[in-house]
Ligand binder design. Structure first.
Ligand code: LLP
Length: 421
């Protein structure tokens, strides 16, 4: 469920008409709904109650500081994967003891940043990283709380580029070697082992792979405890998928996911962390674009938009589907036509949809890509020197620009000409 609905024939974000935002900021732009972000965060928090828990929003999915502050104010923790994301969480006012540091290649600088600024835990992904963290913590005279990310060798049955829990993936340590690695962690100075971490992939549309992974984590918890380790926290990762194609998909709900967690690891007396990104932010955002031209090609018609692959890369990168809807609600029984929906970038890959059946549109009409809140703005680039597009946050009947479109001067001024030229 989200808060992008038609009212009086016009698409709204909560109580704000999309054309009003387009008028104020120009197109294309991202717009996010506070009510949807809030609702999705709360669904997870309720699904895990009464277990002691922390829902850590995966910042990588949508990292604007205003969004982080919205969630942080509700009590959310943050899952960060870089020094930059750590600083974003801090800038949003989230205290260090609610920030979890994930990622397969944390540098010593990033470790220092988090250890001095405050951190809930590091999710360590390899032995060399564990040794580096031990050295950094000792050099600072502090103790780093850690979980170790285990790779459970489970098939998440998702797109190969976002599956992370198979043994051939680069993530975590093989679960079969956990005893050995935990024993070394316990010996290393400057580290305090507190739990286990697992994350098997993103956009999972079934619960079964989670179940397999969490049962393995439950077994491992018992085994590590019997080997003398104190395991009080389980970080179960993110990955719950969303319905990108409303007409034909219904992934499991956070309540089902919460019930699964209780069933698999709920009796271990551990504090539970999860790291959802997409399910909180995905349907909380849309990308609004304007039709520049409708071009009748040979055997196919192209809808050429002012948004392109640099603004929303998911279709060209993963072949991902995003529903595209007109901002002006089409009257019932409006004829539709098949379009290839494309952007202006000079690559055939700059295609959002092929042969998509859409209501007829004309030049200047606005369209919206649904479910674009997650991995949309954060993956954008300035390819073709197209400025990063603005982000807007709606709250009830008002909205604010939370990242402005840069001017061309700002973009050009970032380049510097060496003295010899
Ligand atoms: N935790 C870890 C350690 C992760 O690697 C990820 C996502 C998450 C949590 C959040 O997963 P989510 O709940 O959002 O599925 N760019 C891709 C998705 C990449 C996901 C990377 N890791 C896309 O556009 O589909």
């Amino acid at each position: 469920m989200d808060h992008f609905l038609y009212h009086n024939g016009t698409l709204h974000a909560e109580d704000v008409a999309i054309p009003d935002i387009a008028e104020a900021v120009g197109t294309p732009f991202y717009v996010y709904s506070t009510a949807t972000l809030t609702r999705h965060y709360q669904l997870f928090a309720e699904a895990l109650s009464p277990l002691p828990h922390l829902v850590c929003f995966a910042i990588k999915s949508l990292s604007n500081v205003a969004v982080l502050k919205t969630l942080g104010n509700l009590g959310a923790g943050m899952d960060v994967v870089s020094g930059g994301e750590y600083l974003r969480a801090k800038a949003a006012g989230v205290p260090g003891d609610r920030i979890v540091f994930s990622g397969v290649g944390k540098t010593r600088d990033e470790m220092r940043l988090a250890l001095t600024g405050g951190i809930r835990q590091f999710n360590v992904e390899s032995e060399p990283e564990m040794r580096a963290l031990s050295e950094v913590a000792v050099s600072l005279g502090v103790t780093a709380p850690i979980t170790i990310r285990v790779n459970p060798d489970v098939d998440a049955r998702t797109h190969e580029k976002i599956a992370t829990g198979k043994k051939e993936n680069k993530f975590g340590i093989p679960i079969a070697r956990a005893s050995e690695v935990y024993a070394e962690a316990a010996r290393l100075p400057g580290l305090q082992v507190i739990g286990i971490d697992v994350h098997i992939g993103s956009q999972l549309t079934e619960l079964e792979p989670f179940e397999q992974a969490y049962l393995k984590v439950a077994d491992l918890t018992r085994r590590l405890r019997s080997e003398g380790h104190t395991i009080t926290r389980l970080d179960l990762g993110g990955g719950l998928g969303i319905p990108y194609e409303r007409s034909n998909s219904a992934p499991p709900l956070p309540t089902d996911y919460g019930a699964l967690i209780k069933r698999t690891v709920g009796d271990l007396g551990c504090e539970i962390e999860i790291e959802p990104g997409r399910l909180i932010s995905g349907n909380a955002g849309i990308l609004v674009s304007k039709v520049i031209y409708v071009k009748n090609g040979e055997g196919r018609d192209f809808m050429i938009l002012d948004a392109a692959m640099n603004d929303l890369v998911r279709p060209s990168m993963y072949g991902a589907h995003h529903d595209i809807i007109p901002v002006a609600e089409p009257p019932v029984a409006t004829p539709t036509q098949e379009f290839d929906v494309v952007g202006p970038v000079c690559e055939t890959g700059d295609t959002f949809a092929k042969g998509r059946d859409l209501p007829l549109v004309a030049e200047g009409d606005l369209v919206a890509f649904r479910s674009a809140g997650a991995y949309g703005a954060v993956m954008a680039s300035e390819y073709n020197t197209r400025p990063l597009i603005p982000e807007v946050l709606v709250h009830g009947d008002h909205f604010a620009v939370i990242r402005a479109r840069p001017s061309f001067d700002e973009i050009l001024n970032r380049d510097t000409i060496p003295s010899w030229l």
